[in-house]
Ligand binder design. Structure first.
Ligand SMILES: [Fe+2]
Ligand SMILES: [Fe+2]
Length: 264
């Protein structure tokens, strides 16, 4: 596995949807459970900038390739949010910044404290923090790629499937970066492996858990990853993680579904 950061920064473009026939949603709208899932995904994509803020106060800031990657990554995620907001707008659902700001305000001290907490943690842990950040990022990007692919299959709407395929392709490049970094930083470093394993096992939760309500998290997990086919996707992510140095046998995704009562 190798990741060419220069190529990534040069090739990175915003996701396009102008050529897709999305207007037919006006006659054939998506069902409510899909709109609810899209709304969740949209909010989480827009939240990337806050996550970036939290990471810029850590040791990850200043790591050359990580800086370059996070700059382009944040831009790509922002446009994922814009694309999904466009689909939602065709269904009369408006996602505006004031609502997002309101939600963050409701997070209150948790949101305000996040950068401080990350900064302190990163200073205590030192350079191994970056390995944990990269592993965490890989897990989340794997799940993002799987979620978009799965929604495309579930919905079977040609234009939506194509938009989600384009987004998933970008998520897969994010996976490649984080997983390559995580592998390199964990390899031959038992201390980092121990710390990363502990963090995933005890602190990790599905993307969006900190900003969306529990009900919303459970809805999205059940909608996308419930049933036999959904569980297959989730097990595949756990296997990807388990192949990284020191992560053998971790099943954080399957455990998260079980904990939320999402049946296989
Ligand atoms: Fe994204
Ligand atoms: Fe991503």
């Amino acid at each position: 596995m190798a990741f060419d950061i220069e190529r990534f920064t040069q090739d990175s473009v915003r996701v396009n949807w102008e050529d897709l026939d999305l207007d037919n949603f006006r006659e054939n709208p998506l069902p409510p459970e899909t709109l609810r899932t899209l709304r969740y995904m949209c909010d989480v994509e827009y939240h990337t900038v806050c996550y970036l803020r939290d990471m810029l106060v850590t040791r990850s800031h200043g790591e050359g390739e990580v800086n370059a990657f996070m700059t382009m990554w944040n831009r790509e995620e922002f446009w994922h949010g814009e694309a999904l907001a466009h689909v939602l707008s065709l269904h009369g659902v408006t996602v505006n910044y004031d609502q997002l700001k309101d939600r963050r305000k409701k997070l209150g001290w948790r949101d305000r404290l996040a950068p401080v907490k990350q900064s302190l943690l990163s200073n205590i842990v030192g350079k191994d923090f970056v390995a944990v950040h990269m592993l965490w990022g890989a897990a989340n990007e794997w799940s993002a790629a799987a979620a978009y692919k799965r929604l495309g299959v579930l919905e079977g709407h040609p234009s939506l499937a194509e938009l989600l395929r384009r987004i998933a392709a970008q998520e897969s490049r994010h996976v490649a970066f984080y997983a390559t970094q995580a592998k390199a930083r964990l390899a031959g470093n038992p201390k980092a492996q121990k710390l990363a394993r502990f963090a995933l096992k005890n602190a990790w939760a599905p993307v969006g858990s900190g900003i969306m309500t529990d009900d919303e998290v459970t809805h999205v997990m059940g909608h996308l990853f419930g049933g036999t086919e959904g569980r297959k996707e989730i097990n595949a992510i756990d296997r990807h993680i388990g192949r990284l140095p020191g992560m053998e046998g971790l099943t954080i995704f399957a455990d998260a579904l079980d904990a939320r009562g999402v049946a296989a």
